[in-house]
Design a protein around this ligand. Structure first.
Ligand code: NAP
Length: 314
């Protein structure tokens, strides 16, 4: 029997249905079947599993699995929850997601550059007060993470006239961007940035990365945008930096716990914008097209797409 492709998700049922239909349309020659609807015989032949927040036991129930394809760009849960020594994990690398994230970074950078948080507060108080205009070229935006999303955001910000700095694990040269790496590089970037955008993956090295010590190094009055993962920023330390006035605003799309708990202080904080993890939603059609191209190459010549480095965690 030919091997079917298993779709294993633990997500909203309408999202699951949309993925299934997009994958079926993108790969008419393949059989994509929900794991829970597969027979034992079908499970015994599966080589490729496409997953979003899967139960690790379901993945382990596929004895001939060659490759686990994530529907998401962030794979920290797969890296930590799937058993060691399993098949390679491939994360979602979709140019449309990079474009959407770059758009979100630019939109919220403009929000901060044009002092929108202050005008929102002033409107509530009926206060008519004009703040001095700041040109994009007078502000440095520092991006933590220069991967598929960070690089796209850096280019978009540069096109819009902002000064852009970026930090990554390995040293990089990128046109028009001041680049930094390692711990000293992070300190240097935080010292010069008016707005810091977090786009590093959540790994054992980046968990708790932005704590009191590093938030304290940021420029007085600087702002933070976290579009990566909640636990990269220590929430209590961020709140203390905002309460003290050292930082002026935080735009948060990701949290330690999602959905954000109703009693979280972040909801009502006057210097925090809370977003429900919407900065770069997955596009069902483009995601399916990326996966279909990779599966086509695998069927043609056995080539596996580039996979996650489990030692690094991303
Ligand atoms: P990526 O291509 O893997 O790039 C990760 C970047 O972070 C790379 O530049 C990497 O450095 C750098 N990095 C990793 N660990 C580091 C460390 N310890 N110190 C310094 N730099 C480090 O990832 P991506 O596709 O850009 O995605 C980034 C993250 O965005 C994802 O992991 C996910 O959590 C998040 N995300 C959020 C949303 C949302 O809607 N909120 C949507 C999609 C993704 P090197 O270049 O040297 O490897």
């Amino acid at each position: 029997m030919s091997d079917p492709i298993a779709l294993i998700t633990n997500i909203r049922s309408d999202y699951e249905a949309s993925y299934l239909s997009a994958l079926a349309s993108a790969m008419p020659a393949e059989k994509v079947i929900l794991f829970r609807q597969m027979s034992e015989e079908q499970r015994a032949h599966v080589q490729i599993a496409i997953v979003a927040n899967p139960d690790p036991a379901d993945v382990a129930a596929l004895p001939r699995l060659v490759w686990v394809q994530s529907l998401w760009a962030g794979v920290e849960q797969l890296v930590t929850r799937l058993p060691a020594g399993g098949p390679p994990i491939v994360r979602m690398l979709d140019p449309e997601m990079s474009r959407t994230m770059a758009e979100a970074v630019l939109a919220w950078t403009y929000y901060l550059q044009r002092d929108m948080p202050a005008y929102v507060r002033q409107q509530r108080q009926g206060l008519w007060h004009q703040h001095a205009y700041r040109k994009p070229s007078s502000l440095t935006v520092g991006i933590l993470g220069l991967g598929s999303l960070g690089k796209a955001a850096a280019a978009r910000l540069g096109d819009a006239g902002f000064k852009v700095a970026g930090w990554s694990r390995s040293a990089k040269r990128l046109p028009g961007i001041q680049t930094f790496s390692n711990g000293d590089g992070l300190v240097a970037l935080l010292r010069v940035s008016d707005i810091v955008v977090c786009l590093v993956p959540l790994t054992s090295e980046t968990r708790g990365l932005l704590h009191t010590g590093l938030l304290g190094i940021m420029k007085p009055g600087a702002s933070l945008i976290n579009f990566a993962r909640g636990p990269i920023v220590v929430t209590d330390d961020l709140l203390a930096a905002l309460d003290s006035g050292h930082l002026s605003h935080a735009v948060l799309d990701v949290f330690d716990e999602e959905p954000l708990a109703p009693d979280s202080r972040l909801w009502q904080h006057p210097h925090v914008s809370v977003l429900p993890h919407i900065s770069a939603p997955t596009d069902f059609e483009t995601t399916a097209a990326v996966i279909a191209a990779d599966i086509g190459a695998y069927r043609a010549n056995g080539a596996l797409p580039c996979s996650v480095d489990l030692a690094l965690g991303y």
